[in-house]
Design a protein around this ligand. Structure first.
Ligand SMILES: Nc1ncnc2c1ncn2[C@@H]1O[C@H](COP(=O)(O)OP(=O)(O)OP(=O)(O)O)[C@@H](O)[C@H]1O
Length: 560
């Protein structure tokens, strides 16, 4: 009835035409005065108005009331919010759920009224249609609700939280950080920052990525510190900053955890706890995003959130359906290298990402592949920040064809063009499997993932096989009947990884030859440097060509 009042405010009824309806409307209250009062209230009380408007479904052309599809809606083939959610595989848990929006154009008008600058940036971006998680998360966050959002890898979760965040911050206030985004790795923090820069261009909002190299945060005056609106950080760095009193989080009103399940996992939990405590304003809105959430983590999350809504897109903890997942049995560890070499010889379609279980194995595999005649690199936490940044940039632009990586790269990083992910070593958990293979098949593109396994991995294959089956990939029947690994066994794998033979297939002869090659390259490099130091004469054409060749080779080896 309230909704009817709101929609009917200002309208007059033709008593002849509406007859019974007029009686129904007006007889519902005691007198004409009460009706008028009510009409007035719903039209002028903004809170009540917003609540009522939330119940209305916003379409490009039609408005339909949730749950009661009108004839008009059916005619326009525009489903109700409920049907629309079902169609878009969106499930929401919790009460008082705002409706999803349908098109980016909807955001320009009420109830969203997206800031015109952000709207313009959005319209000028490559995004044409919102993804399911964006459609449902944006209205929830705009409404100021806490949110736990689970949606597949590469489905645009970053934009889903950035749009409402930027909308709420509006413009700089110079009161210090008002929003905090936590990500598990520095690389992901930088990627989020890039997205913010694109989306907030022209709003004058200022963002800082807190990294070790962030210059003289300490030396900044309080006034300088207040210039920033948004802070993005890894937990470790932020906890250090909190302890050193470099950073004041008391003004934070938005706290977003990207890859939230990782941040609430044992490895990070203490730090995340400290961060939550430091964001001491009573009205902090918390949003958690990830492609995977265990029920334990969800329960834990709920204890620090206020009446959160939970959104799940697709099947919870499943892989993206645009990834063609395959398994390759290699028998032994040595068999993996044989398979990989064969694969490279038949011609790979770069860029390819190869995951291994440890830094040592990443280094070993790099040593094996560096002389295969492909542009290969290796990334792990022992590389310097500068090296890591360069490698990621070069991989993004296609200069590196094959990138060997540890778990560092498994989460959040967006390489749209990755055609293939190879799990050279099986991942340590189902979540890790989903995130690793999720580096391909992003934003609706097709991708491929191959997982190598040996006879020793058999005990851990069941959960991977289940994920594959769930996402519609072919798996042999017998693998679905494999014994399920005990919790203890899975925990052991998660903590320490499987015991594996060293990756070392080169003969003594090959090793000697490679060592000689390296020596020659180093010597040539030294000669060149000396020449340059001495202000060297212009080398002859032949010499120049030779030096160029060695330089290329040095780039390949200097990282080994
Ligand atoms: N509405 C959209 N239409 C098309 N592409 C989009 C849209 N929204 C985001 N993208 C693009 O999709 C890619 C993946 O987005 P994003 O990195 O936010 O995914 P994600 O869901 O956070 O993935 P992950 O779980 O792996 O972190 C990005 O390249 C992003 O620019």
């Amino acid at each position: 009835m309230d909704l009817f009042h709101l929609l009917g405010s200002g309208a007059t009824f033709n008593k002849n035409r509406f007859k019974g309806d007029v009686q129904l409307f007006e007889a519902a209250t005691d007198s004409q005065i009460v009706v008028a009062k009510k009409k007035n209230e719903v039209a002028t009380n903004s809170e009540l108005r917003d609540k009522l408007l939330d119940e209305i479904d916003f379409f490009k052309t039609t408005h339909t009331v949730v749950g009661t599809p009108t004839k008009q809606a059916k005619k326009n083939d525009a489903p109700t919010a409920k049907a629309f959610r079902k169609e878009s595989q969106i499930r929401v848990y919790g009460s008082d759920v705002p409706n999803p929006f349908r098109t980016f154009e909807d955001l320009a008008s009420p109830p969203y009224n997206l800031n015109p600058t952000i709207y313009r940036n959005l319209m000028q971006s490559e995004y044409k249609t919102p993804t399911a998680i964006q459609m449902q998360s944006v209205p929830i966050m705009l409404k100021g609700r806490d949110l736990i959002a689970c949606a597949p890898t590469g489905s645009g979760k970053t934009l889903a939280y950035l749009l409402p965040l930027l909308q709420d911050l509006k413009k700089p206030e110079k009161t210090g950080y008002r929003a905090l985004i936590i990500a598990p790795t520095r690389e992901l923090a930088q990627q989020i920052d890039r997205e913010i820069q694109k989306l907030s261009a022209g709003t004058k909002l200022k963002t800082r990525v807190l990294a070790k190299s962030t210059y003289a945060t300490k030396a900044q005056t309080p006034k300088e510190k207040q210039k920033f609106d948004i802070l993005i950080s890894t937990p470790m760095r932020l906890v250090y900053a909190i302890k050193e009193k470099e950073i004041d989080l008391t003004n934070i009103r938005h706290l977003i955890l990207d890859e939230a399940d990782k941040l609430l996992d044992l490895g990070f939990l203490d730090q995340t706890d400290e961060i939550f405590a430091a964001c001491s304003a009573p009205s902090v809105r918390k949003s958690l995003f990830s492609a995977t959430f265990s029920s334990t983590v969800e329960q834990l999350a709920k204890t620090v959130m206020r009446d959160p809504l939970r959104v799940v897109v697709g099947t919870k903890n499943a892989a993206t359906d645009t990834i063609d997942q395959k398994l390759l049995f290699t028998g032994t560890e040595a068999g993996k290298m044989v398979a990989l070499r064969q694969f490279i010889q038949t011609g790979i379609k770069p860029p390819v990402l190869i995951f291994v279980q440890s830094i040592d194995r990443a280094k070993e595999l790099f040593r094996e592949l560096v002389y295969e005649g492909i542009n290969v690199e290796v990334i792990h936490s022992e590389r310097t920040k500068l090296q890591r940044d360069n490698i990621i940039d070069q991989f993004r632009v296609g200069k590196i064809w094959v990138l060997i990586a540890t778990e560092l790269m498994a989460r959040g990083l967006d390489f749209k063009g990755v055609n293939l992910v190879i799990n050279y070593d099986i991942p340590r958990s189902v979540a890790s499997y989903i995130h690793r293979i999720g580096r391909t098949g992003r934003a609706g593109r097709q991708g491929e993932a191959i997982t190598y396994y040996t006879k020793d991995d058999m005990d851990y294959m069941r959960s991977i096989v289940n994920v594959m089956k769930e996402s519609g990939c072919e798996v042999p029947d017998w693998m679905l009947k494999l014994k399920k690994q005990s919790r203890k066994g899975m925990n052991k794998l998660r903590k320490a990884g499987a015991e594996r033979e060293q990756i070392d297939t080169m003969s003594r002869y090959d090793k000697k030859r490679n060592a000689q090659k390296k020596e020659m390259i180093d010597a040539s490099k030294k000669r060149k440097e000396k020449q340059l130091e001495e202000g060297g004469q212009a080398p002859r054409a032949k010499k120049a060509k030779k030096a160029k060749n060695s330089e290329a080779a040095v780039t390949a080896t200097s990282t080994s």
